[in-house]
Design a protein around this ligand. Structure first.
Ligand code: FES
Ligand code: FE2
Length: 380
């Protein structure tokens, strides 16, 4: 993001903080409890997520030719590789023999030898060795290649499509946000691993917890609210995506500082809501990524939480510090947000009340739900 834009956002955030208000939607909005509980809606949600481009990680997870990583997306195991020409490829991580996973974790490898019977693939997905070959005459091998999925690196992130026949157009998907996302560089920072939450909450309820800071003063009283303002958000929509600016308490100190001395990034957190299931949180020192997936039923979701850091984690103490920050953020989401909304999911499922209310002060929440509704309606 260029400096002028940062200063402009800081001005907007400072004005909201000074006026003790927030960006407001034109009117409150209501959604039905069944959107979080019905299996029919859940099936449509899954179809909507499956048909969207999937952001699956940082480009820095495949730092050089020969690198690979594995990802689980909507229950599917995916193998991503960077081949000798530097391009990124993705495959179903499913052996052509009896469907074992041919790779696990991440690292560097020219060949992947299936742990079951040692069929071996190169990093372009070609089957290059079959022990006991006479058991498998050529004609029985319908393919000699792992199923390849569309893959791309774009705006600093790794992307795939889950349908092998799909066209993956991430530039069209991100629109004007692409350059801005790329400009932070968080996709090129050092990755710090993945933490997974398998939670008894609908996937949209999980994402809702990232869509407003109205809850900070109560839910995060002793954590985030000690540094960040509550119920104070700069909101901008970009098609189906949006950006929130959450000001820190320090922003009011800028009142008496000339604008040319402002260091904008010291005073807010930037949250991107990418359609349909991605949350990215950017600060000076952390590039957090949340991939939230509908699971096997409406009341269950999988959240994969990643973080990246611009610090040099070759230094052990720096790496330990970065991991501690990641663990703190993860524990806050797990123990404060998700724990609270588990009870909310129970209430929704009880049928006690038909609707939820989103305030004018929750424009990000409204935007998420309006865009999801539009997308599932277009699936009909
Ligand atoms: S399942 Fe992979 S070699 Fe048998
Ligand atoms: Fe929260």
């Amino acid at each position: 993001m260029d400096h002028d834009q940062l200063i402009d956002l800081t001005r907007r955030a400072l004005k909201l903080a000074r006026d003790k208000t927030t960006d407001l939607a034109p009117a409150p909005h209501r959604v039905g409890a069944r959107e979080y509980t019905s299996s029919e809606r859940h099936a449509r949600d899954r179809a909507m997520v499956m048909s969207s481009p999937q952001l699956v990680g940082y480009v820095s997870e495949l730092p050089r030719p020969g690198a690979y990583c594995t990802k689980t997306v909507m229950g599917r195991s995916i193998l991503l590789t960077r081949t000798s020409d530097g391009s990124v490829k993705a495959f179903d991580n499913v052996c052509l023999h009896r469907q074992a996973q041919v790779a696990s974790g991440c690292g560097v490898a020219k060949r992947f030898t299936c742990p079951y019977h040692a069929w071996t693939y190169d990093n372009a997905g070609r089957l290059v060795a079959v022990p006991g070959r006479e058991g498998f005459p050529e004609t029985t091998l319908k393919s000699d290649h792992l199923t390849e999925l569309p893959a791309a690196e774009f705006a600093g992130f790794l992307w795939i499509a889950l349908d092998p026949g799909a066209t993956l157009d991430v530039a069209a998907h991100l629109g004007p946000l692409a350059d801005e996302l790329d400009s932070w560089g968080i996709g090129r920072w050092s990755p710090l691993g993945e933490k997974v939450l398998d939670s008894p909450i609908n996937w949209k309820l999980a994402i809702d917890t990232f869509a407003e800071n109205y809850h900070f003063a109560t839910v995060h009283e002793k954590t985030f609210a000690t540094i960040a303002r509550s119920n104070c958000t700069v909101f901008d929509a970009y098609g189906p995506h949006h950006r929130l600016i959450f000001p820190l308490n320090t922003i009011l100190d800028l009142e008496n500082v000339p604008e040319d001395q402002w260091i904008p990034f010291n005073n807010f957190v930037v949250i991107y809501a990418l359609f349909p299931n991605i949350v990215i949180s950017v600060t000076m020192a952390n590039g957090e990524l949340f991939r939230v997936y509908p699971s096997d039923r409406a009341g269950r979701s999988i959240t994969v939480h990643q973080n990246s850091t611009p610090l040099d984690i070759a230094d052990e103490s720096v790496a330990a510090g970065a991991q501690a920050v990641f663990e703190y953020a993860h524990a806050t989401v797990r123990d404060e947000d998700y724990r609270l909304v588990e009870k909310l999911q129970e209430n929704l499922e009880s049928g006690a009340r038909e609707q939820l209310l989103f305030g004018r002060n929750e424009p990000g929440l409204q935007h998420r739900h309006i865009e999801w509704q539009r997308a599932v309606d277009s699936l009909r």
